[in-house]
Design a protein around this ligand. Structure first.
Ligand code: OAD
Length: 221
């Protein structure tokens, strides 16, 4: 069976990474506008660089949780692909192979001109250049920017027999619109502590990712 999994910040919450909308539009005490928009980058690139350096450093202190691990188990029995809105690498560190990052990756930087990406394991410095001599920026899709992988993600969802949506408030488009691409026969299952009020269109499993994902995986294998 082809299973597509769409994850959001909630799957990493129990690993110790804060979600976005649970903190009133703040991201680790910063206004989202300041650190996650092109204008924030233009106004204060040093602050933005420092912010993502801190997020990258935090990544080295956290670990995948039972939900990430359960998805690896699921892939032993089914054809699983993961589309994540998260910029952490916890799916990969758990051992998932087929992971698409819709909103970029903390462990990469990007050439502002060519869009080429580079591994970025340690701190960036504002002014760092790519091998082509252009300015590097964090490889994050900021608000108001296009989401280059969205067409690939839509195609993936169109081939799903099941779509499992974990820990996302479904407030940010185009990612939230991916559910609309599920084919007729595809069961859509949402896992979240908070009912997203989709008016019964989907199967909703209320609870945290680390409780509900392993239980669902157990059911599916
Ligand atoms: P949000 O912060 O909007 O939503 C997190 C969701 O996780 C909420 O529905 C919570 O109820 C749920 N949640 C909290 N704890 C949970 C737990 N232990 N287990 C399961 N679910 C839990 O995060 P996203 O929907 O991922 O974009 O946000 C989407 C995008 O907006 C992000 O990718 C980010 C942000 O701005 C960029 O960085 C570009």
């Amino acid at each position: 069976m082809k299973i597509v999994v769409l994850t959001g910040a909630g799957i990493s919450a129990e690993s110790g990474i804060s979600t976005f909308r649970d903190s009133n539009g703040l991201w680790e005490n910063h206004d989202i506008e300041e650190v996650a928009t092109p204008s924030g980058w233009c106004l204060n690139p040093e602050l933005v660089t420092r912010f993502y350096n801190q997020r990258r450093a935090q990544l080295h202190t956290v670990h995948p949780n039972d939900a990430h691990h359960a998805l690896v188990e699921l892939a032993k029995y089914h054809d699983v692909s993961i589309i994540t809105q998260n910029v952490d690498d916890l799916h990969e560190r758990a051992g998932s192979k087929n992971v698409m990052h819709l909103h970029g990756e903390l462990l990469k930087s990007r050439d502002e001109e060519t869009e080429e990406t580079y591994e970025q394991l340690g701190d960036m410095k504002y002014g760092d250049k790519s091998p082509s001599g252009n300015l590097l920026r964090p490889h994050i899709v900021w608000f108001f920017e296009a989401v280059p992988k969205i067409i690939d993600a839509q195609k993936e969802v169109q081939t799903a027999d099941k779509l499992i949506v974990i820990g996302t408030s479904l407030q940010v488009y185009p990612a939230a619109g991916l559910l609309e691409f599920a084919p007729e026969h595809c069961e859509v299952i949402l896992i979240d502590p908070v009912d997203p009020d989709t008016r019964g269109r989907y199967r909703f499993l209320q609870g945290t990712a680390s409780e509900q994902v392993p239980a669902l995986v157990h059911e599916l294998i």
